[in-house]
Design a protein around this ligand. Sequence first.
Ligand SMILES: Nc1ncnc2c1ncn2[C@@H]1O[C@H](COP(=O)(O)OP(=O)(O)OP(=O)(O)O)[C@@H](O)[C@H]1O
Ligand SMILES: [Mg+2]
Length: 422
Amino acid sequence: MADQLIAGIDIGSLKIATLVGLKSEKNQELRIIGFNSSPSRGVKKGLIVDIDEVTSAVEQSIEKAERMAGHKIHRVFVSVGGPHISSLNSHGVVAVSNPQGEIVEEDVERVVEAARAISLSTTKQIIDVSPRDYIVDGQAGIKNPVGMTGVRLEVNTHIITASQTNLKNIDRCLTELGLGNSGFIFAGLASAEAVLSDTEKELGVVLVDIGGGKTDVCLFVEGALSHSSSIPVGAKHITNDIAVGLRISLSSAEKIKLALPEFLHSKNGKSKKDTVVDFSQLHLQEPVENVTLKTLVDDIVAPRLEEMFKLIFEEIDKSGFGDSVPSGLVITGGGALTVGMVETGKRVIGLPMRIGTPEGITGLVDEILNPQYATTVGLLLYGQKNIMEPTDKWKNFNRILRDFSFGGSLSKVKEFFKQFVP
Ligand SMILES: Nc1ncnc2c1ncn2[C@@H]1O[C@H](COP(=O)(O)OP(=O)(O)OP(=O)(O)O)[C@@H](O)[C@H]1O
Ligand SMILES: [Mg+2]
C-alpha cells in the first residue's frame, strides 16, 4: 500500500510553519520530507487580523515546503490557539441499543455525540471532543466499553471550542489557496502530543506552550485531557520589556534576548553578572552602553516571567485540577528557551518543570527538534492519529477510544475491529 502524505500548517503570531510527512503504511512511522518556517503576518495573539496578509504568508510557506518535499500539498491540519479558546467538561448518557448483547461501536459513537450536545454561543464552534472515561451501569473509569455488557452507557468528555469567525477566516485563507482543511487542532493539544510522555499524562501534567503572542495551556489528569485554555501573553512581551527598559528598537531587543544565554555562559556564572555587557558582536542599530547582565536577566526578564507564571498558576487553579498534576509543568514553544525559564517557573509555581522538545518523528528533523516547532510537529502526530480522513473509517473510532489513541497502537486497534467487519 502507498505511504500517506500528511501536512500541517502552524499559523503562529510570529512564524508560519509548514510541515510535510509521509506516514508509512507498513510500520505507521512518520517521516518528515518537507518543512518551512516563514515570518507570520496578519496574526495577533492567535487571531487573524488581516486575511490577505495571512493568505500570502501561508502561500509562501506552503510553496517552500512543497518544493522541499517534492510533493503538492492538497490538505492540511491547521493549528488554532489564542484567548478565544475555551473548554468545558461535558457528560453524555445513552441506553445501550441491545441490552442483551455487548456494547458496540455505534453505542460509543452515540454517547460521545450526546455529550457534544451542549448549549453553545453562536459565535463559538467545537473543535475537539476528547472522551475522558466511560461509565457502564454506574461503573466508572472505563477506558474502552466496547464488548462489555450493560444497559446504560455514559461518557465524560472534554470539549474545546474556538471563535467561529477565526475558524472561518482560516478556512477562507485555505480555500483561496486551493487547500483542503483536514481539521482544526488546538495548538496546545498539538504541542502536548509532540512533547509529553504517556507516563506524564497518566500521572497528571500541564503542557504550557509559550509562543510569541500567547500561551496555550493543556492539562492532563489520569491520561485524559481535562482543561484547555490560552493566555494572551507571550515571549514577545519579554522583547517589549527589554526594548522599553533599554530604550531601544524591538529588533535590537530581540537580538539581545536571544543572545542572553550565551552572554551568561561566557561570563561564567552569577558572580560576573555585574559586569557591563559588550553588545558589539550583535551589530545593534543603536548604541547600548552601561547595561549589566543583572539588569537584563534579574530586573527585566525575570519579573515578566514571574508575571507569566502567575497567570499560568491562576489558569491551573481555575481548572480545579491543581492537586492532580504531580508531573508538574512541561514548557514548550519558542518562549520556553527564554533565559531563567525553568528556575523562575519552579519558584513561582512550586511544581517540577522541564522544557519540552518535540519527539516522535524521523527524517529531515534537525531544525524542527526545537520547542518552537512543538505545535507544528504535534499537528501531524495528533492529526494522523486522531482525526478521521474520508478514506480511513477506523481512525475516527480510534479517536474516541482514549486508551488506544494514547498508546499509539493504531494497527492493533484496526486488527481488533476487523473481526467485526462482515
Ligand atoms: N533561543 C531563544 N531564546 C529565547 N527566546 C526565543 C528563542 N527562540 C525563540 N524565542 C522566542 O519565542 C517566540 C516565538 O515562539 P513561537 O515560534 O513558538 O511563536 P508562534 O508560534 O509564532 O506564536 P504563537 O504561538 O503565540 O501564535 C519569540 O518571542 C522568540 O523571541
Ligand atoms: Mg505557537
